[in-house]
Design a protein around this ligand. Structure first.
Ligand code: PEP
Ligand code: MN
Length: 329
């Protein structure tokens, strides 16, 4: 519930309401705003009883929040959250952040080559999967911790923070030691135990939208991480599964301006997994930026034809360099 105060409410009146909220065993969250002061009420399992607050000086109205998310909403936190990954800042209304790198870390040579290419072209962060959630068990499953170590070394050499996926709770601590940002993939968006634990490791989280997740479910998943005490969450739209099969997925770009109104958490777009075809990826990267995404994540491989994972959607070094020149030129 939100308790909205009168425009002229005094600091004492706000304090009075906060004390009553605490006395009910609930958690107050003051939300200073330009034209109103509101106080969020958290910690309730069900409907919040208004009666202890009715008639308190300065109280104007009550707004009951029935959605499964509060902390991620602009109602509870009007200002944009800026997520810091190493020295890179990701947020709405800022220059878009470009994350690039291979789908999977495959070898020392491959990941260092990719790191040098994306750095030289002007990317801000290096990606690479070491634990790969593959559709079938016979596909390359990733290099595991060795891959994380190589990605970290490559990121250090070129001076880029790194993001890599974690699939299981028992990977969290070791990956968090090396990675600047932990990715939760589309297939794990609703792995609620993983979400609860990733909130605790003290690293920013890049949370990808499940391929069949509604936006309400997407935000509710992010809410798990915020309610675990970590507000450093980057949302990522990566395409959804629809009846259309011509492209890998359907890139839902309308979510960018839509979510900008609803959540203070930055949203980036992954055109690579959405589209699945390298010749279309640059177009949709530009489109994502035009509609206001806080950044993009693009797969780049030093030699896409040899890629062990997602070669058809990976940009070559030349493709990526050209795209970056077009974005910044
Ligand atoms: C990835 O980014 O490497 C990945 C596996 O993407 P998604 O979880 O969106 O399929
Ligand atoms: Mn991939």
């Amino acid at each position: 519930m939100l308790i909205v105060m009168d425009r002229g409410a005094t600091p004492e009146q706000v304090k009075g309401v906060i004390e009553v909220i605490s006395a009910q065993g609930l958690t107050p969250q003051p939300i200073p705003g330009g034209d109103r002061v509101a106080i969020g009420v958290l910690g309730n399992q069900g409907y919040v009883d208004e009666s202890p607050f009715r008639g308190l000086p300065g109280v104007r109205e009550f707004i009951h929040v029935t959605k499964p998310f509060k902390l991620v909403s602009r109602d509870f936190h009007p200002e944009d959250t800026v997520v810091k990954v190493g020295n890179v800042e990701v947020g709405w209304n800022r220059p878009p952040v470009i994350i690039a790198g291979p789908c999977a870390v495959e070898s020392r040579e491959q990941v260092f080559a990719a790191a040098r290419v994306v750095k030289a072209a002007g990317a801000h962060m290096l990606r690479g999967g070491a634990f790969k959630p593959r559709t079938g068990p016979h596909s390359f499953q990733g290099m595991g911790f060795e891959g994380v170590d190589l990605l970290a070394e490559a990121g250090k050499e070129v001076g880029l923070p790194i993001v890599t996926e974690v699939m299981r709770i028992d990977q969290l601590d070791r990956v968090a030691e090396k990675a600047d940002c932990l990715q939760i993939g589309a297939r794990n968006m609703q792995n609620f135990d993983l979400l609860k634990e990733v909130a605790k490791v003290g690293r920013p989280v890049l949370l990808k939208r499940g391929m069949s997740a509604t936006l309400e479910e997407f935000l509710a998943a992010a809410e798990y991480i915020l309610s675990g005490g970590n507000d450093q969450v980057i949302l990522c739209e990566r395409g959804i599964r629809t009846f259309e099969r011509a492209l890998r997925n359907t890139l839902d770009l309308g979510v960018v301006p839509y979510l900008k109104n609803i959540t203070h958490l930055p949203l980036i777009v992954d055109p690579s997994h959405a589209i699945g075809r390298r010749e279309i990826v640059p177009h949709m990267t530009k489109a994502a930026i035009v509609v206001g995404a806080a950044g993009v994540m693009v797969e780049v491989h030093p030699s896409p034809a040899q890629a062990l994972c997602d070669g058809p959607q990976s940009l070559s070094p030349d493709d990526f360099t050209k795209l970056m020149a077009e974005l910044t030129g």
